[in-house]
Design a protein around this ligand. Sequence first.
Ligand SMILES: NC(=O)c1ccc[n+]([C@@H]2O[C@H](COP(=O)([O-])OP(=O)(O)OC[C@H]3O[C@@H](n4cnc5c(N)ncnc54)[C@H](O)[C@@H]3O)[C@@H](O)[C@H]2O)c1
Length: 324
Amino acid sequence: MKNNYILITGGAGYIGSTVANYLLKRKYKILILDNLSSGKKSFINKKSKFIKVDLLNYNSLNKKIFKYKISHIIHLASNIDVTESEKYPKKYLIDNVKMTKNILKFAIKYKIKNFIFSSTAAVYGKSNKTKVNEKDQLKPISNYGLGKLICENLIIDECKNNNIKYTILRYFNVVGADIFNKTGPLKKGSLFKNLSENLEKNKNNINVYGKNFKTPDGSAIRDYIDVLDIANIHYLIIKNLKEKNNIINCSYSKPLSVLKVIKLFSQISKTSIKINYSKRRKGEIPKIYADNVYLKKLFKTWKPKKNVYQSIKTNLFWEKYLNN
Ligand SMILES: NC(=O)c1ccc[n+]([C@@H]2O[C@H](COP(=O)([O-])OP(=O)(O)OC[C@H]3O[C@@H](n4cnc5c(N)ncnc54)[C@H](O)[C@@H]3O)[C@@H](O)[C@H]2O)c1
């Protein structure tokens, strides 16, 4: 199997580049497809093969890639901004779905037998539970989450009809950076990114949206996973999961409030951080975290290799690196 390529769409992005480096280190051959719209050329490891292509254009995709022998597709390319998805629904409900349709069409045509998709906790949306498992109701409240759910359903149908094994990974909040390979988060907007960027620029404050959620400290509660643990899960899937189709929550199942995360950043950076409260954002879910029992059942020896303390440290380090 290692003679064939693992194709990673979005492999020049934050998570895709980390997955690529992780697999390269374990001697897999990697083929990266990316249009560099938000990804960075410098994130692409020289040991991988890179092809610049827009996944919205099937003909160009087909022309550029057909000659490669591919064992697995890891499909990460996507527009990823939840707030933007409300302003520009087409990018999320049409473009993200079209990219997935095109790469699936390619997989079917060339009989590529394994398809791994990065979905998101946003597909759960307004679930009636706070600790969600893979069988729970899916009620996305953003166009980003809805677009991903449409992709999930498309993948399930097409893969079943064409005898392709699928693995759908529902990542919760992905944090941390791969300091060794010099890749990390670029996009502003997440709590970890905003806090590390502000601290690096000596702007020792942070905006918090809403202070009276029905949670112990009044701030929203989320679940996290380090990007290197995400990369490790992809490796375990490629190495060990041979037959069954799967949908898997990827997270530590350790709920943390926004205020607690700020406190940890403050402790680790030894800086006091001022909180500016503003109005609760539309559709913000008070509390959601992952039931990760299924992940642990699939990979009996699975344990997180990282924790949020380490993720905070690498996030801060990464911001310093970007600034210099
Ligand atoms: N970052 C998170 O916390 C998180 C959480 C849940 C799910 N995800 C999912 O993980 C995946 C990767 O996210 P990320 O944080 O690395 O984002 P990212 O923006 O860093 O990576 C996305 C990559 O896709 C590429 N891309 C976008 N449109 C393309 C197109 N038309 N053709 C070819 N390439 C295209 C971009 O250039 C970029 O390199 C996404 O599918 C995202 O929805 C991320």
